[in-house]
Design a protein around this ligand. Structure first.
Ligand code: GDP
Length: 134
């Protein structure tokens, strides 16, 4: 399978806080090419479907409420080794544990509202990209 594509969402907190432009600039500066992008607002149904794997976890309801709380920016990104390089660029799920200079360390406040999503595998990148762009 190709390893040159990943999928991202700039999450509601980052859009709301005015960080979308800064985050997109950082993504491009790191060598990712934006090949599809749209601003949209997730319905509860689509957020639940996207995060199906987390259904039943204690944070699931909060996650859905948060992800539907405002607009997001969804995008497909291309670069060699895209999934792993992008996970490195965004940093740990918990911003308190994210490395210096990562997007979550710079622009996120908490694990609940952590600014950005990045696919965790090539197969999920394909599924998630098709979920938003088909
Ligand atoms: P990611 O791939 O780094 O985004 O992390 P996951 O796929 O494991 O989780 C999806 C999203 O659910 C994360 O980005 C967080 O917003 C949220 N999340 C994950 N784990 C926790 C947790 O333990 N507590 C809370 N409140 N939210 C979590």
């Amino acid at each position: 399978m190709d390893n040159n594509k990943t999928f991202t969402m700039i999450k509601p907190d980052a859009v709301q806080n005015g960080y979308a432009g800064l985050i997109l600039a950082k993504i491009e500066k790191a060598g990712f090419k934006i090949t599809a992008m749209k601003m949209t607002q997730l319905s509860a149904e689509s957020a639940e479907s996207f995060y199906e794997i987390h259904r039943g976890k204690p944070f699931f309801k909060d996650l859905i409420n948060y992800m539907t709380s405002g607009p997001i920016i969804a995008a497909i990104l291309e670069k060699d080794n895209a999934v792993l390089d992008f996970r490195e660029l965004i940093g740990n799920t918990n911003p308190q544990e994210a490395k210096e200079g990562t997007i979550r360390q710079l622009y996120a406040k908490s694990i609940d509202a952590n600014a950005i999503h990045g696919s965790d595998s090539d197969s999920n990148a394909k599924i998630e990209g098709e979920f938003h762009f088909s």
